[in-house]
Design a protein around this ligand. Structure first.
Ligand code: SF4
Ligand SMILES: [Zn+2]
Length: 146
């Protein structure tokens, strides 16, 4: 029961259920409009974080919860899974090395920044190449802006 106590403060209390869950035969455009309205209620909700955490912790397939529609929750679940996985993968000791995707030099793993979305939890490019690439991007943006 305590699990549900946050619902007492829910901003959606008293709102019609269909606003959050939709109705049969709803068209795409209707759904978008409805979800936007539901999300605007969630945006003001004092227990939004609790609500999102609750809905993300279970295979809740329907409805808008904590400002997230089903697809957004599915992708947030995947993102959290990847992050949990990469935290589980321990970065090996200095002695182990890997090849940089860009300069192709084999360097100690300490020469790589952390990444959430790779198998070994490290960037595929070394720190030096990563820095060079982001400088390039910055320069390009500057050039485009001027
Ligand atoms: S975040 Fe949205 S769905 Fe969740 S309790 Fe608040 S208003 Fe209701
Ligand atoms: Zn490199």
């Amino acid at each position: 029961m305590a699990e549900w106590s946050w619902q007492n403060a829910a901003a959606c209390r008293g709102e019609p259920l269909w606003l959050f869950f939709g109705s049969a035969g709803e068209r795409h455009s209707e759904r978008e409009e409805r979800e936007a309205e539901a999300k605007s209620i969630c945006a003001q909700c004092p227990v939004r974080a609790e609500c999102a955490t609750y809905a993300l912790s279970r295979p809740e397939k329907y409805g808008t919860w904590g400002g997230l529609n089903p697809e957004e929750r599915a992708s947030e679940r995947r993102r959290r899974q990847r992050r949990a996985l990469s935290e589980m993968v321990r970065i090996p000791e200095d002695s182990s090395r890997k090849r940089c995707r860009v300069c192709e030099e084999v360097k100690p793993v300490t020469d790589y920044g952390r990444a959430n979305d790779t198998r070994d939890g490290l960037n595929s490019a070394c720190k030096r190449c990563t820095a060079a690439m982001s400088k390039q991007r910055r320069d390009k943006r500057k050039a485009a802006a001027s």
